[in-house]
Write a protein that binds this ligand. Structure first.
Ligand code: MG
Length: 248
């Protein structure tokens, strides 16, 4: 049995399903569609050390998926014992987006365009689910992933009250395309995103694209794990085939 079929059967047992026929793929942006995490980590580090808050570059990989304001408040609480004011948080996040925009342009994640095309060819609707509000990348989506993420199929930090790891962003994406959790797959590279996807009830695929090891994604509830986006796109036919199996 392929690892895809095994994962789908486990998911069906967990949710008491007789069959699993997903209609929508809910897809993270940073570190999933774009190899943007190193730039985000550098921009966050420069921002925070610039105002005297001690931090390391690597720690920002662990916060990936959080909204900007949530990351700012976490560091403020660690340094000062309280949140930033809403005005401070807005100013700092704006400055962070400027620092990010000044860094060398990020690349599309190798394998991601093939992965998106394969899912759409199989009849799944694609929806963006990102904790980002960063226009530098949002504005590139139509060019890099044509027709996959029109503005009415995007959930960004501007749309949610609770960012990942809360399931709200994925649940909102399901509402946008009128599908149930058990008709959805979530695709994310970060522990916080995988946790949110699993909590939403979607079949959740964790893809390793950075320094975070596979077992961390497994521990937070990934139903299926790939070691790269290229591995996922190469195995997409097996994954789509596995959606045809039933549990009777
Ligand atoms: Mg990500």
């Amino acid at each position: 049995m392929t690892k895809e079929k095994n994962a789908v059967l486990n998911y069906m047992s967990k949710h008491g399903l007789k069959r699993f026929a997903p209609k929508a793929a809910l897809v993270d942006m940073d570190g999933t569609l774009y190899d943007s995490m190193p730039n985000h980590a550098k921009a966050w580090h420069d921002l925070m050390t610039g105002i005297g808050i001690e931090c390391s570059v690597d720690e920002f990989f662990l916060y990936e998926g959080r909204t900007g304001v949530s990351t700012i408040n976490m560091l403020f609480n660690r340094a000062y014992g309280h949140d930033a004011t809403p005005e401070q948080a807005a100013d700092l996040y704006h400055h962070k987006t400027e620092l990010f925009a000044q860094l060398p342009s990020v690349h599309v994640m190798p394998g991601a365009p093939e992965m998106i095309k394969g899912l759409r060819d199989a009849g799944l609707e694609t929806v963006l689910v990102t904790g980002s509000g960063q226009n530098t990348l949002l504005n590139r989506l139509d060019t890099d992933f044509p027709d996959a993420f029109p503005v009415d199929r995007r959930v960004t930090s501007r749309d949610v009250k609770h960012g990942k790891p809360h399931p709200e962003p994925f649940l909102l994406a399901m509402e946008k395309v009128k599908v149930a959790p058990v008709e959805s797959i979530a695709i994310d590279n970060a522990p916080i995103g995988v946790k949110a996807g699993a909590a939403s009830g979607a079949f959740t695929i964790g893809v390793v694209t950075g320094p975070i090891p596979e077992n961390v994604l497994k521990d937070v509830g990934a139903d299926l794990i790939y070691s790269s986006m290229e591995e996922m796109s190469e195995n997409l036919p097996a994954l789509i085939e596995s959606f045809k199996c039933n549990n009777q």
